[in-house]
Design a protein around this ligand. Structure first.
Ligand code: SAH
Length: 276
């Protein structure tokens, strides 16, 4: 991977002199709220290696997770996974300093990496599905919208297998690089139109979409295993904004039924058709 001339620098966090008192004012003002900057500098002071080369990203990530917990995310498994995946390795190195704020960030091609709180919330919702409640894990997962691969890496820690589809070739390729770097071996990346799901690997115990469509594509329901749960942003009734929609595949007296519930408002990039 290091032989790839396009591979970005994975140095993180920034050298201590960029975070401490001597930071250039532009970096402070533009990239990071003062409070986070102070926390990061304090972390840096604690985590500094003997040779003073920088800090460990673990502590910055733990702080992010603490904040998410304070804001109501209370599934320990999800918190642990978010504390494990190095989000800074999935964004451009110029944005690495913002990687542990609860914000979406550009990943190129008009797309964004989702906010950690939303990733956490949606995965926690998946854990509420019947099969996941019984087994304590997400089983076989289908993700629509690989993007930079961050959410796929989080899912990989909580699932038996992850199949993730992306329709933009450059992002599909980037995710492959990123996931190689974090050694997320159980993730299978597919370049294709995620609205069609991935029949060869179906059925899935959990389906999660990172892009919002007009409605839930029929293929996703067809590929959702009995006892499985789907979570997807979907255009709200009346066409204003998006809501998180949960669909459970229940089986009663041998007959399938799909139970749909609507949850809070969210803001995701649109689910598009075809590949590019
Ligand atoms: N989970 C991602 C979020 C990426 S943003 C992450 O952690 O970074 C949503 C992604 O969905 C974008 O990359 C977009 O290209 C992709 N997308 C939109 N419509 C799609 C479709 N029909 N099939 C597959 N991917 C799609």
């Amino acid at each position: 991977m290091s032989s790839d001339p396009n591979a970005k620098s994975r140095r993180f966090p920034l050298p201590l002199d960029k975070l401490g008192a001597g930071a250039a004012p532009k970096v402070r003002e533009v990239l990071m709220p003062q409070r986070h900057l102070r926390e990061a500098a304090a972390d840096a002071a604690r985590q500094q290696s003997p040779r003073g080369l920088g800090m460990d990203s673990d502590s910055v990530r733990r702080r992010m997770v603490q904040r998410l917990q304070q804001e109501g995310l209370n599934d320990e498994r999800v918190l642990q996974a978010l504390a494990t995946v190095p989000r800074h390795e999935f964004v451009d190195s110029a944005l690495a300093i913002q990687a542990y704020e609860d914000t979406s960030l550009p990943i190129g091609h008009g797309q964004t990496i989702s906010k950690p709180s939303v990733v956490g919330r949606m995965i926690a919702m998946l854990f509420g599905g019947a099969t996941a409640r019984q087994t304590g894990q997400l089983g076989k997962v289908l993700e629509i919208g690989t993007g930079c691969g961050y959410q796929a890496a989080v899912l990989a820690l909580l699932a038996r297998q992850v199949v993730s589809i992306e329709r933009l070739k450059p992002l599909h390729d980037k995710a492959r690089l990123n996931l190689g770097a974090v050694r997320a071996a159980s993730v299978r990346l597919i370049y294709g139109d995620g609205r069609l799901g991935h029949p060869p690997a179906a059925p899935f115990d959990s389906i999660i979409a990172a892009a919002g469509g007009e409605d839930i594509p029929p293929a996703w329901l067809a590929q959702l295993a009995p006892g499985g749960r789907l979570v997807a942003p979907t255009v709200a009734p009346g066409g204003r904004g998006q809501l998180l929609v949960v669909v459970d595949h229940q089986v009663e007296a041998g007959a399938s039924r799909f139970v749909r519930t609507e949850h809070e408002a969210v803001l995701f990039v649109p689910l598009k058709s075809g590949v590019m």
